[in-house]
Design a protein around this ligand. Structure first.
Ligand code: BTN
Length: 262
């Protein structure tokens, strides 16, 4: 049963100390990330979470849209005010990926897969995505926003997504309480964001434990270019290492792993 997605429904299940305190739920926004940028500029405190039942302009990575219909999925953004110098920003998206895998994995019949840079997949279908955006000045990160979309109870997708997208309901055959899934996710996010400070190697290691495609052939698209080779793993700052056909090691800062033998 999907109870209503209200602050009270989420808060009654929330185990966090600071994340999601406070938590704001809106029926509809353009994009929870865009709205949270406005809150952050006006001085909102670390830990604020903005959740929307639907988004009219949900944003994905690489200027893509995030399909955000009402009454069925989770779309939320988290405000962080970390004390990180510019250029030494730990890989927040990896911590968020691990949190997604650890929170959602127990709801699935088998372990999910993390696809670089930050998609959560099950049997090749994308269940969730992460969009991290940081605002920096010359010296420091002023704030960071972690936006997450999870396909929870959606039963069918538009034609262009139908082959690649999936939902928790599609995988498990039952509907899930969005407030409960969100509370679990926020708990895992708090844990893994804190661990990024205390034990970054553990974040990297755990992320890679959800990536069975490491050690196998992959293709990475970067704009018009495609690079093929063997995935070697991630660097500590979250970039992808690949051995190309000529045997050279390449480090990829941004792109999409398009084919992976998993
Ligand atoms: C991706 O896989 O391309 C990232 C998708 C991120 C979507 C979420 S939904 C909540 C938050 N608000 C947005 O506009 N985008 C993120």
């Amino acid at each position: 049963m999907d109870r209503e997605l209200t602050p009270a429904a989420v808060e009654s299940r929330l185990t966090t100390r600071w994340l999601g305190r406070p938590l704001q739920v809106e029926a509809q926004v353009d994009s929870t990330n865009s709205r949270l940028h406005e809150f952050a500029r006006r001085g909102a405190a670390e830990g604020l979470v903005l959740v929307a039942d639907s988004q009219t302009s949900g944003r994905g990575r690489q200027q893509r849209q995030w399909h955000s219909p009402p009454g069925t999925n989770l779309y939320f953004s988290v405000l962080l005010r970390p004390e990180w110098p510019v250029g030494a920003t730990p890989p927040l998206s990896l911590a968020a990926g691990v949190a997604l895998a650890e929170a959602i994995g127990p709801l699935l019949p088998a372990a999910p897969v993390l696809k670089w840079p930050n998609d959560l997949l099950f049997q090749g279908r994308k269940l969730a995505g992460i969009l991290v955006e940081a605002q920096t000045d010359r010296q420091a990160v002023r704030y960071a926003i972690v936006g997450i979309g999870v396909n929870v109870n959606q039963e069918s997708f538009p034609e262009e997504l139908a082959e690649r997208a999936g939902s928790l309901r599609g995988v498990t055959g039952q509907s899930h309480d969005r407030a409960e899934v969100l509370a679990r996710l926020l708990g895992a996010l708090e844990t893994w964001i804190e661990r990024l400070q205390s034990s970054p190697a553990e974040v990297l290691e755990t992320w890679q434990s959800y990536a069975p495609w490491i050690g196998r052939p992959i293709a990475v698209t970067m704009g018009q270019a495609t690079l093929t080779g063997t995935a070697l793993g991630l660097t500590p700052d979250g970039t992808l290492r690949l051995r190309d056909a000529a045997g050279r090691e390449q480090v990829i800062l941004s792109g999409d792993v398009e084919q992976a033998a998993y």
